[in-house]
Design a protein around this ligand. Structure first.
Ligand code: ZN
Ligand code: ZN
Length: 346
């Protein structure tokens, strides 16, 4: 063969091989929590690989950080009892580094990995499962299949009896199944599962705002006033930015009543805000509104106008970005400004 023909064949083969390795897998997650006092989430990941997939193994990896968090977290340390099987046959698996479990396919196309995750920290970074609720963000619970983060994924949640599930991509009550365009969207959804959270819906300039509140202590009858005040903040921010580019947005509040749990984190279609106090307490009430003003501002400022270094992401090491501090400083300033524009004082 002439040199050019050989070169073209080599190029075609390279292209074919790389296309082949990028063929999407079928990836379906199941999340159960049959024993809440154990603090153990039970995860199954069912992977279906194409018939011509040539790889000998699958790598399942725990990320080292959460979207928006930018600091390392050792989620893999909370993983227990990892195993893999195809049909009823156990497949060989080994932990090859601190975040990766390698499963030998042994010629199988349908592989299910299962493991448990310990979680007892209401923090927006780690998960919590106890007899009152389950709360997680995503990256601390779900492994991804290495090389297949861009693939569409399905999620099925099996809550304990009488517990209800809600997150920023809930479209109807009693929803237990989701389909996400990729892994990164899967883990960008703080999710609350419990028997006694409340839901108030606001319709503001054509968009729906879901206000989910889990009050562990006395709410002092303040919930209607709180939702009304939150509406003022949303209106002030829309007044500055114009209409947001989502159809619905979810505020997920915890009033933890433990003097300890505290967080606020922005996500694409939601925010999770955790206050250590109770809604009946005046300082907690206004603290939660002020945090909401900051986090909702991020819906425009970091999640959509974000510095390029922030995504798509490599979950094996934390993101380093200079733009972040500009985005965060800007949000800090305007979050307070919006809180004031909505009519509240420090
Ligand atoms: Zn809760
Ligand atoms: Zn922020």
């Amino acid at each position: 063969m002439g040199f050019m023909i050989r070169l073209l064949l080599a190029l075609a083969l390279t292209l074919f091989t790389s296309l082949q390795s990028q063929q999407p897998y079928g990836i379906a997650y199941r999340l159960a929590m049959p024993h809440p006092p154990s603090h153990l989430f039970e995860v199954a990941i069912e992977v279906t690989v194409p018939a011509n997939d040539a790889s000998a193994f699958l790598d399942f990896q725990m990320p080292k950080w959460q979207p928006g968090r930018y600091s390392v977290a050792d989620f893999a340390a909370n993983v227990q009892q990892f195993s893999a099987r195809s049909q009823h046959r156990t497949l060989a698996s080994t932990k090859i580094d601190e975040q990766t479990w390698r499963v030998q396919k042994q010629g199988n196309r349908n592989i299910t990995a299962t493991y448990k995750v310990f979680g007892n920290d209401l923090s927006g970074t780690y998960a919590q499962l106890d007899s009152s609720h389950a709360n997680y963000t995503g990256g601390e619970v779900f492994m991804y299949v290495a090389g297949h983060k861009p693939d569409a994924v399905e999620l099925h949640i099996e809550p304990p009896p009488n517990w209800r599930v809600v997150n920023g991509r809930t479209e109807r009550s009693d929803q237990h199944d989701w389909r996400y365009p990729n892994y990164e969207i899967l883990i960008d959804n703080p999710t609350e599962i419990g028997p006694d959270w409340t839901l108030d819906d606001l319709k503001i300039e054509g968009k729906i705002y879901h206000v989910v509140i889990h009050s562990r202590g006395d709410d002092g009858g303040r919930r209607p006033a709180f939702v009304h005040d939150l509406e003022k903040i949303v209106r002030a921010e829309i007044g500055m930015w114009g209409p947001p580019d989502f159809e619905s947005y979810t505020f997920l509040f915890h009033f933890a009543a433990d003097d300890r749990s505290s967080d606020g984190m922005e996500h694409l279609t939601s925010t999770q805000i955790i206050e250590p106090g109770i809604l009946a307490d005046r300082g907690t009430y206004y603290g939660a509104l002020s945090t909401a003003a900051h986090e909702f501002f991020h819906a425009w400022n970091v999640k959509r106008l974000r510095p390029i270094e922030l995504g798509p992401w490599d979950w094996t090491k934390p993101a380093a970005t200079r733009g972040l501090w500009i985005a965060e400083g800007f949000t800090q300033y305007y979050g307070i400004e919006m809180y004031h524009r909505a009519g509240f004082e420090d």
